[in-house]
Ligand binder design. Structure first.
Ligand SMILES: N[C@@H](CCC(=O)N[C@@H](CS)C(=O)NCC(=O)O)C(=O)O
Length: 204
C-alpha cells in the first residue's frame, strides 16, 4: 500500500510533504481542511484532529518530528538525518527541536492566541511578544546560514521544516525580509523540484 499523507494547505504538514518528495516515496496526498479534520470520519483515524497524519501499512503516525524521522529512516540513502554518524544526526535533531518546540509554538501564539490566554484584550500583546521572540529566532537561523547552504552539514528534514516556518513568517507578519542568509535559503528551497511539486499539489 502506498503511504498516505493527510494535510491541509499552509499547515505544518507541508514539511512532511516535501520530505516525501525528497525521498522519492510513492504516496497519496489527502487534502483536508480545518473543518474536515474535526469531523468524525477523520477523528476515527486521528483522534487528535490534526495534520500531518501519515498512514502506512495500517501504521498511523502523527507528530511532524516523528513523521520526518520515520521517512528519513526508511530512506537512509537520501541522507536527510545527517551523514549516518551520531554527530550528524544530532546536528539535524538540534535544529528540528528548535523549530518544532520554540519557533512553532511562538507562531501558534500569533495564529491561535485564544489557546494561550482567554482574554481577547491580551491577544494583541501575546502576538507582539511572540513576534519579538520569532525575530530573534530568525536572526539566529540567519547567522547559522551565514556560511552554509543548509541548517546542518547537508540538506536535511530540518530544512523542510524551516521552510514552512518561513512561509508562516510572511502570513504572521514576522519581519524577515532583511535577513540575507534566510532570504537566500528561501530562494534555494523555492527552486527545489521536490518543494515545488509538494506546493503545487497542495495549492493546485
Ligand atoms: N505537534 C504536532 C502539531 C500538529 C498540529 O497542531 N497541526 C496543526 C496544523 S499546522 C493542526 O492540525 N491544527 C488544527 C488544530 O489544532 O485544531 C506536530 O508537530 O505535528
Amino acid at each position: 500500500m502506498d503511504m498516505k499523507l493527510y494535510y491541509f494547505p499552509g499547515a505544518c504538514s507541508l514539511a512532511s510533504h516535501i520530505v516525501l518528495e525528497w525521498v522519492g516515496a510513492s504516496y497519496d496526498a489527502v487534502r483536508m481542511s480545518e473543518q474536515t479534520i474535526k469531523q468524525a470520519e477523520y477523528l476515527s483515524i486521528n483522534p487528535e484532529g490534526t495534520v500531518p497524519l501519515l498512514v502506512s501499512d495500517c501504521f498511523q503516525l502523527i507528530e511532524t518530528v516523528a513523521i520526518l524521522g520515520y521517512l528519513a529512516d526508511l530512506h537512509p540513502e537520501a541522507g536527510l538525518l545527517g551523514d549516518g554518524t551520531a554527530r550528524g544526526r544530532a546536528e539535524v535533531m538540534r535544529w528540528l527541536a528548535f523549530l518544532n518546540i520554540d519557533v512553532y509554538k511562538a507562531f501558534k501564539q500569533i495564529f491561535t492566541p485564544s489557546r494561550y490566554v482567554r482574554d481577547p484584550a491580551a491577544h494583541t500583546e501575546l502576538a507582539a511578544t511572540a513576534r519579538g521572540f520569532l525575530r530573534t529566532a530568525f536572526e539566529r537561523l540567519d547567522s547559522r546560514l551565514k556560511a552554509r547552504a543548509w541548517l546542518a552539514d547537508q540538506r536535511s528534514v530540518a530544512d523542510a521544516y524551516m521552510f514552512v516556518m518561513l512561509r508562516w513568517a510572511a502570513s504572521g507578519d514576522v519581519p524577515v525580509r532583511d535577513l540575507e542568509n534566510v532570504a537566500r535559503f528561501a530562494v534555494r528551497m523555492q527552486e527545489d523540484v521536490g518543494v515545488r511539486t509538494a506546493i503545487a499539489q497542495e495549492e493546485g
